[in-house]
Design a protein around this ligand. Structure first.
Ligand code: BGC
Length: 564
């Protein structure tokens, strides 16, 4: 790395096309690696449901005999065994809810705390710390042979996942080149889907073991993700925007040169750095950052009616993630096998569960192209529209030919049609709301509140994720205290997608193809509905007249205050 003791006078540029250095293969590789963090997210949400249904695990938690020992010689689908599994040989509902939801509680707080920490110790170190916390939680989960330790382990591991899920988005958005930022963050979503698939496969492979390996193997596999991510990030550069926020411009220049794959004294690097610094100065002049509490409070400053105000952006991020969860996608992933079983006529509900997970993985890559070509706003509007149609169709078929009652058994073709539309619904989600919700929260915040804004938005995702995990069994299950909505639940999800549709239409701006600093300007000058046509017309460096009052960056020294 070229380093010297020289002072460089950075003047910035007034050319809107020069505010970012050209994209190199190296830049792609760095962000592609960061996307790996998505594997954690997906895997950790994916394994618990399967483990809760494993015979060895149930036996360990309930101390009831295995069904084949209790009823020797009876077929596994005999009525006796079915009843025994329903009433005795099952982890009690409250323990299922607790072990599933405690992860989201950990991630909720983890994401908020990480949003704070990322401004103090840096994005990279926060993610590495998240991996460390996650490993501690994982060790406890693996060692556990009962509820208490498992719950503590899940809570701590959840904390780590909260760190990782929020800050990987922040890190990727800050280092990715604008032209491919959407596509690479969609890569993160792709990794989430792969994580869910891997969890399903590992659980499928170990589920019939009659030893602790049945649940310990799926849990322990996660250590691999932690080691790979932490080691990789140790080598990767810190986000230059973090150093700008800290006023360490020499380190910012160094980090920027590394993520762009350019020499430190390249004009491109100096122009891009100047633009980030000028934008930060401008933001600081609008919202004064005072105390610790004051800096949290600034996330909620300004008028909610103004698209560029901090409060509006924070609410945009929080509601965006709430709407993503309320599309009902996790109903399918968490509750799919049970739901498919209730439809009757399906022989292997787990296999259908695997198919839905595969559809999720295979359709996500299309979004790499769509987010950059069609744009974030349009795919969110279009995706919500498609999900309304598909979910209403599933509900309508279910309410008529698909209903399984003693007098009118479900029509097998109707059930197949329902599954086909559920798969189409997953594909609609995977190409639109899945990636775009994460992309948008990484792009809409100014640097002054970015890490906290992303943390709060991610926390909202986990909050709603948890609510859905806890309430859906009570909405759909065929149990006494359940609302027994059955397939009518799809009318509910379809109705909620109408909200997501309106939210996207009225509140989501188009951010594609802009640098994070240009997004700031666009929000000031447009409304969500007019944002698509906005073109950058000036630079922050130009507006602040850096040509006359350059920023001096001392390369190779500890700290340099900007002279703007
Ligand atoms: C969501 C998760 C969901 C996953 C499915 C993500 O974007 O936030 O809750 O399980 O997509 O692929």
């Amino acid at each position: 790395m070229p380093r010297g003791g020289s002072i460089v006078a950075v003047t910035g540029t007034t050319d809107v096309n020069r505010v970012e250095a050209p994209v190199t293969v190296r830049a792609y590789l760095i962000v592609a690696f960061a996307a790996f963090g998505g594997i954690f997210f997906g895997y950790d949400t994916g394994w618990m449901g399967g483990v809760l249904n494993m015979d060895y695990f149930i036996n360990q938690y309930t101390h009831y005999e295995y069904p084949n020992i209790k009823y020797p010689g009876l077929a596994s689908d005999s009525q006796e065994i079915k009843d025994y599994r329903k009433h005795f040989f099952v982890v009690p509902q409250w323990q299922q809810s607790l072990t599933t939801a405690i992860l989201s509680a950990g991630t909720f707080f983890g994401a908020i705390i990480a949003g704070d920490l990322a401004d103090f110790i840096g994005r990279r170190m926060t993610i590495i710390a998240g991996c460390g916390i996650f490993v501690i939680g994982g060790i406890l989960e693996t060692a556990s042979t009962g509820l208490a330790l498992m719950v503590v382990g899940r809570l701590i591991a959840g904390f780590g996942v909260g760190f990782i899920s929020a800050i990987v988005i922040l890190y990727m958005s800050e280092i990715a080149p604008k032209k491919v930022r959407g596509a690479v963050v969609a890569g993160y979503q792709f990794c989430i889907t792969i994580g869910i698939l891997l969890a399903n496969c590992v659980v499928y492979a170990t589920q019939s073991r009659r030893d602790t390996g049945s649940y310990r193997i799926p849990i322990a596999v996660q250590f691999l993700w932690a080691i790979i991510l932490a080691t990789g990030l140790f080598i990767l550069p810190e986000s230059p925007r973090y150093f700008v926020k800290k006023g360490k411009l020499d380190l910012a220049a160094d980090a920027l040169a590394r993520v762009r794959g350019q020499p430190l004294d390249s004009e491109y690097i100096q122009d891009e750095l100047a633009e980030i610094v000028a934008n930060h100065e401008y933001e600081m002049s609008i919202v004064k950052q005072t105390s610790y509490i004051g800096s949290w409070a600034s996330c909620f400053e300004g008028k909610i009616t103004s698209p560029a105000s901090n409060v509006r952006r924070t609410m945009l991020g929080i509601c965006m993630q709430a709407c993503q969860q309320l599309t009902g996608i996790n109903f399918i992933f968490y509750f799919g096998p049970v739901f498919f079983q209730q439809l009757g006529t399906i022989k292997d509900p787990f296999l259908i569960g695997l198919v839905t997970t595969l559809v999720n993985v295979c359709s996500t890559p299309l979004s790499f192209w769509m987010v950059e070509r069609i744009g974030r706003r349009n795919i969110l509007i279009g995706g919500a529209f498609l999900m309304i149609i598909f979910q209403f169709i599933v509900g309508a078929i279910g309410a008529t030919a698909g209903k399984d009652t003693p007098t009118h058994p479900a029509n097998p073709n109707a059930v197949k049609a329902m599954i086909a539309f559920i798969c189409l619904n997953i594909a609609a989600f995977a190409t639109t709301w899945g990636p775009a919700a994460w992309i948008v929260i990484g792009e809409i915040f100014p640097l002054t509140i970015r890490s906290r804004g992303v943390g709060l938005s991610t926390a909202s995702n986990w909050f709603w994720n948890c609510i859905i995990a806890v309430i859906t069994p009570y909405l759909v299950a065929d149990q006494d205290k359940s609302a027994k909505l059955g397939s009518n639940v799809f009318f509910m999800w379809g109705g909620l997608c109408c909200l997501s549709f309106m939210f996207a239409y009225f509140f989501v701006p188009e951010t594609k193809g802009l640098t994070l600093e240009q997004v700031d300007k666009m929000l000031e000058e447009t409304t969500p509905r007019t944002s698509r046509g906005w073109k950058p017309h000036s630079t922050f460096a130009g507006d602040l007249h850096l040509a006359e009052k350059p920023i001096e960056v001392a390369i190779g020294t500890e700290h340099v205050a900007p002279k703007v």
